[in-house]
Design a protein around this ligand. Structure first.
Ligand code: C2O
Ligand code: CU
Length: 546
């Protein structure tokens, strides 16, 4: 760190101390005095005690209740509402969710399934006491149906949503997105998965022979800060909202019985702010995985990995082989520890996460046990040994475009001396829904995302247009070490993405094709998917015009 940078940090600290009480979006990451005071005042730390963990079987999407399966084309009405569910041992928990009814069954935050090309027509009904939306994260939709904060639905109101699913097969998701309330509404539960299928995906499934719901499973990971009464808590204008309980498919720290063979997991990080580094650990060693897909579906070829970084909003499709493991042994789905790089500063003034609001939570970057896999005897079960069943070519993926001559748009990610997050000089609390720039429909651009050195990792999400990662430069060692292709790209950069992590100091170039079948001006958002950063204004609106 240079002296100038250090001086800036000290100035920032002093400034933040001065404005913390007055400014609504002031940087709350103050360390030292305030932190000690807050943590002594905090009550019981209801983290999962060892005895509470791995005693509940993983929820497998079923026919009723939380995460039950539902064809998107038959969703009818999704009602945003609050009800109580048995999530943790003891008292029920109030969960804000999208409720649906289908053939007499009641579903909550259903796992929606859609075929590519399918036409969707549904209603959103808001039965909360505040505005909400449903944003179809990763789908390329028009402004009216995107569900971003541009068109919040008032309490009590209805809205018709109509679109065609044009996107590649893959795991997408949906969640609430009203500005200033996104963090709270997601933490309270308003999120679910959307699986898009097409011929290519179904052919791969057939070839792998792993039954959906048995050996091909979605894992929706979400940490929640839960109090001693099992209530999910949230604080507006807080920093990174990390939690003391880790839910997988709405089951706290579950276990899953597995046969000693191949499994396919579609993993989504639905945490507000927690970056995960998932690995399947056996005997202290990560089991080898094969990465099949990312946000926007299948990669051209599988890539071997031991662990990966999964930021909020990102998804991966991985194969894991439990084949060599003896019956009775356990594997842990663990988020390995990593350097969180939060405002990294050797003085310690910026280190760590303020735990005061999150009693019992593992700090950002700390190792976290998510789910236990218990290997059963495999007699009579047809097993795939190793990854032999995998075709060398998974999907038709267009080659990386030749971007020579494409215009480059600079986007700097930074924090000002008052602790407000910015993209260039824009903070959404100032700019609002007014587009800060326009792009021509059908044009193609390179966006260069540059993160400040003394910053945090920002998972940057673009609405409306899946993009390709072109290059990474000045990456931290743990990211650089993962490169498998020119431009410093790692395995997760090898497909279509809608969210990309930009680490402190890093420069990430993405290629975007602004072609779309819509007309007129369509507005979209670009923002950090650390939802506390987003709600604090690390977001902008841009327009696509004819
Ligand atoms: Cu998943 Cu703009 O969000
Ligand atoms: Cu951020």
């Amino acid at each position: 760190m240079t002296d100038t940078q250090r001086r800036r940090l000290l100035t920032a600290l002093a400034a933040a101390a001065g404005v913390a009480a007055a400014a609504p979006f002031a940087w709350r990451q103050l360390r030292g005095g305030t932190r000690t005071a807050a943590s002594t005042a905090s009550v019981a730390a209801p983290a999962a005690s060892p005895a509470q963990r791995f005693i509940e079987p993983l929820r497998i999407p079923g026919r009723e209740g939380l995460m039950a399966e539902l064809p998107l084309s038959r969703a009818g009405t999704l009602t945003a509402q609050a009800s109580r569910f048995q999530v943790l041992a003891g008292a029920d928990t109030e969960v804000w969710h999208y409720a649906a009814e289908h053939e007499g069954r009641r579903l909550a935050n259903p796992l929606l399934r859609a075929r590519r090309g399918e036409a969707i027509d549904l209603q959103l009904h808001n039965r909360l006491t505040e505005v909400t939306t449903v944003h179809w994260h990763g789908l390329a939709l028009d402004e009216a149906n995107d569900g971003s904060g541009l068109h919040p639905l008032p309490a009590g109101a209805h809205q018709r949503i109509r679109y065609t699913v044009r996107d590649r097969a893959g795991l997408y998701w949906y969640h609430a997105h009203p500005h200033h309330r996104t963090g709270r509404q997601l933490q309270m539960g308003l999120a679910g998965l959307l699986m898009v299928e097409d011929e290519e995906e179904l052919a791969l499934r057939e070839r792998l022979g792993l039954a959906w719901g048995e050996r091909d499973l979605p894992l929706m990971l979400a940490d929640k800060q839960v109090d001693a009464g099992n209530a999910i808590t949230y604080k507006d204008c807080a920093d990174d909202w990390i939690g003391n309980r880790m839910l997988v498919n709405w089951t706290p720290e579950p276990y899953l019985d597995v046969v000693p063979g191949l499994y396919r997991f579609r993993i989504a990080n639905v945490c507000n702010a927690r970056m995960l580094r998932p690995a399947f650990v056996h005997d202290g060693q990560p089991l080898p995985m094969q990465l099949l897909g990312v946000d926007g579906g299948l990669l051209a070829q599988p890539w071997p990995m031991d662990d990966l970084f999964l930021a909020p909003a990102q998804r991966v499709d991985v194969l894991v082989d439990f084949g060599g493991i003896a019956a009775g042994e356990h594997v842990m789905l663990r988020s390995l520890d990593y350097a969180a790089m939060e405002n990294e500063d050797e003085s310690g003034a910026f280190a760590g996460d303020p735990i005061a609001d999150h009693p019992g939570a593992v700090p950002m970057g700390g190792a976290l046990d998510i789910m236990q896999l218990r290997v059963q005897a495999g007699d009579g079960v047809p097993l795939h040994r190793a990854f032999d069943a995998l075709p060398a070519r998974l999907a038709e993926l267009p080659a990386l475009p030749d971007t020579a001559g494409w215009p480059v748009r600079d986007l700097r990610l930074r924090m000002d001396s008052e602790g407000r997050w910015f993209i260039n000089d824009w903070n959404f609390n100032d700019t609002g829904h007014e587009p800060v720039f326009s792009v021509r429909r059908g044009s193609r651009e390179i966006w260069e995302l540059r993160n400040a050195m003394t910053s945090m990792p920002h998972p940057i999400h673009l609405h409306g247009f899946p993009f390709r990662v072109l290059s990474r430069a000045i990456s931290p060692p743990d990211v650089r070490g993962r490169a498998v292709a020119e431009g410093g790209r790692g395995p997760q950069d090898m497909g279509y993405c809608d969210t990309v992590v930009v680490w402190p100091g890093e420069v990430v170039r993405i290629a975007i094709d602004f072609s779309q079948p819509f007309t007129g001006t369509q507005r979209y958002m670009l923002h950090c998917h650390n939802l506390e950063h987003e709600d604090m204004g690390m977001m902008l609106t841009f327009a696509v015009t004819d």
